[in-house]
Design a protein around this ligand. Structure first.
Ligand SMILES: Nc1nc2c(ncn2[C@@H]2O[C@H](COP(=O)(O)OP(=O)(O)OP(=O)(O)O)[C@@H](O)[C@H]2O)c(=O)[nH]1
Ligand SMILES: [Mg+2]
Length: 209
């Protein structure tokens, strides 16, 4: 069955967690390397092609962007598009520190954050920057899932191969793997699975700690 487009609207772009909208709805945020496809994935999920701004140039998203979604059953939740990490070449030390502070305080202090989706480019073998970010999430005890993006760009087998490599790296440090999703914003794959997961999380209503 095809999932209908969700009602979604842009709310606000914030520099710190303190400026974010009132934390009265379950929240799901998207993070990962610059250009990995975070904004595109938000558009895939909602079905609203131009909701989150995308760009072929890394570093498009600079702030914490909140979107409010009204689901088909009228429940409301927030989706958050975060700025990416790792396009360091063109960014100053200071800008990187600012990014780190902004992201850390948002991730650790946003009390309605149910789950952080960490996006990984499915075309690559495991990258240190992603593994380090995930290690950090473990230290902060933040619940997260993995989303392997851009699967449409891979030859048959490459996605599974990179996924297996990534999983085995994670299992060097973790006892169990987090939930893992495969997506393509171009081929519109993975949408139903992600929506189902989000709905299951906010139906279980738990506080995250
Ligand atoms: N082929 C393909 N291209 C994609 C996919 N997702 C995103 N892209 C392209 O990748 C580029 C980056 O996408 P964005 O969604 O802007 O990436 P982002 O992670 O939000 O990037 P920043 O905001 O700069 O951190 C754009 O040119 C997209 O069209 C996908 O699933 N398949
Ligand atoms: Mg973006």
């Amino acid at each position: 069955m095809k999932e209908p487009t969700l009602q979604a609207k842009y709310l606000i772009s914030s520099e710190t967690h303190k400026q974010c909208p009132i934390a009265d709805k379950p929240e799901y945020a998207f993070i990962g390397r610059s250009n990995v496809g975070k904004s595109s994935l938000i558009n895939l999920l909602t079905g609203a092609a131009k909701l989150a701004k995308t760009s072929a140039t890394p570093g498009k998203t600079r702030l914490i962007n909140h979107f409010e979604v009204m689901d088909t059953d009228k429940t409301k939740w927030y989706l958050v598009d975060l700025p990416g990490y790792g396009y360091a070449a063109t960014v100053s030390q200071k800008a990187r520190r600012n990014w780190g502070n902004m992201i850390e305080s948002y991730i650790r202090k946003r009390e309605n954050l149910q789950n952080l989706f960490v996006l990984i480019d499915s075309r690559h073998s495991p990258q240190a920057i992603d593994l380090e970010f995930i290690r950090q999430l473990g230290e902060w005890q933040v619940p997260f899932s993995l989303v392997f993006t851009k699967t449409d760009k891979n030859k048959p087998g490459a996605t599974q191969r990179n996924l297996a490599l990534f999983s085995s790296r994670l299992l060097e440090e973790w006892e169990v793997l987090p939930p893992i999703f495969l997506t393509s914003s171009v081929a519109k794959e993975g949408r139903i699975e992600l929506l189902r997961y989000i709905r299951s999380l906010h139906q279980s209503k738990g506080k995250r700690r």
